[in-house]
Design a binder for this molecule. Structure first.
Ligand code: ATP
Length: 350
């Protein structure tokens, strides 16, 4: 099922929690809503589920306008971070709950529950009480309970934030696999960029109630459309573009090179280069290493060059093992990896 959001606003008093959001989620796709705390992602998810009304705008599921439809009639299922399970009931009773309400027969319930527990690899726990399960197992039951009612749309509200790091990484792969097997159109709210990038087909970045960019994880990382997105996703080095007012030439100073920009229509441009496009080399600009972090697959250096700092990432295999904090190094960069955008959004505070 396809989801179409058209010009959605949500106002509390006179403040916009969500502002003019338009978005399409394709059939079978998993779309992440990603942004800092308070950016409006949960509010948007709740409007899609029908739990809270919109101030303005329209929501379509395929061709059907569901804007005024009661939550119960939208056939969506939600998966929450606190599981929303009944702790004293068994796994079976929790998963069967929605089917009982919908008056399915005993046999249908037994078959559906068994099948769905198999799909989330919890078939051996059918008679275990929820309070006797681990966090990861509870989250699987929550997923089974959402899936068993055969929803058209799955809505995830930070489902993994109660789990520890290792389990989160495992569970996000499980969720993606299960979602793909069932082919259910899904929206996944998170403030964790790595989780969004790993789980989603596309990501919608939000800030202060508004969409900043919607694209695949790769495109968002490689070609962010504005300062907010570039800064929020991954690590970025920013450079101010200088304009020669006399002859209208625009150049950016990156290290010791002045690079002329193609004529462009940006008013107040800023340039960005990701840390992996800088490298330590025999020739280039001289700087001092002020920080070196071994992050496993990569090593990240912070290098002071005159009055500014550059972040530089090296793959483990290229590692300059002997370089230490305080060493003098030369660095260069890949000119074709410069990304330009408008400097119109304030930076998040680090
Ligand atoms: P988090 O990740 O912290 O949950 P979020 O991106 O999901 O954040 P929302 O919960 O959607 O953000 O909130 C968006 C904005 O709307 C916030 O400024 C919040 O304070 C405000 N807001 C949400 N619900 C209400 C409400 N019932 N009354 C007034 N303001 C609200």
């Amino acid at each position: 099922m396809q989801i179409q959001l058209e010009n959605i606003d949500k106002k509390y008093d006179h403040v916009f929690a969500v502002k003019n959001v338009s978005l399409s989620v394709h059939d079978g796709e998993i779309m992440a809503l990603l942004g800092p705390s308070g950016c409006g992602k949960t509010t948007l998810l709740r409007m899609i589920s029908g739990l809270i009304p919109m101030t303005n705008g329209k929501i379509f599921f395929d061709d059907k306008d569901v804007s005024l439809l009661h939550a119960k009639k939208r056939n969506t299922a939600m998966v929450f971070q606190n599981y929303a399970l009944f702790p004293h009931l068994t796994v079976h009773e929790n998963v069967a709950f929605g089917l009982k309400i919908r008056k399915y027969s005993k046999k249908e319930i037994a078959d559906s529950v068994r099948n769905i527990l198999k799909a989330v690899e919890m078939e051996d726990y059918e008679n275990r009480r929820i309070q006797d399960l681990s966090g990861g197992q509870r989250q699987r039951v929550a997923l089974a309970r959402a899936l068993v009612i055969k929803p058209d749309i799955l809505l995830f509200d930070e489902p993994l934030s109660n789990l520890d790091e290792n389990l989160r990484v495992t569970m996000r792969t499980n969720i993606k696999e299960i979602q793909r097997n069932f082919g259910i159109t899904s929206i996944y709210v998170t403030h964790d960029q790595e989780e969004a990038m790993s789980i989603a087909d596309r990501i919608t970045i939000m800030n202060e109630g508004e969409i900043q960019q919607c694209d695949t994880p790769r495109n968002i990382y490689e070609t962010p459309k504005n300062l907010f997105t570039a800064d929020f996703i991954g690590k970025a080095n920013f450079f101010i573009v200088e304009t020669d007012l006399l002859n209208k030439d625009r150049t950016i100073q990156v290290l010791n090179r002045k690079i002329a920009l193609e004529p462009n229509t940006l008013h107040n441009p800023v340039a960005m280069i990701r840390p992996e496009y800088f490298k330590i080399s025999d020739h280039g600009t001289q700087g001092i290493v002020t920080l070196k972090e071994d992050l496993g697959a990569i090593t990240r250096y912070k290098i002071k060059i005159e009055e500014r700092y550059i972040f530089l990432d090296e793959m483990g295999s290229q590692l300059h093992k002997d370089i230490q904090i305080g060493d003098s190094v030369k660095i260069s960069f890949q000119e074709d990896k410069i990304v330009l955008f408008e400097k119109d959004v304030k930076r998040r505070d680090d």
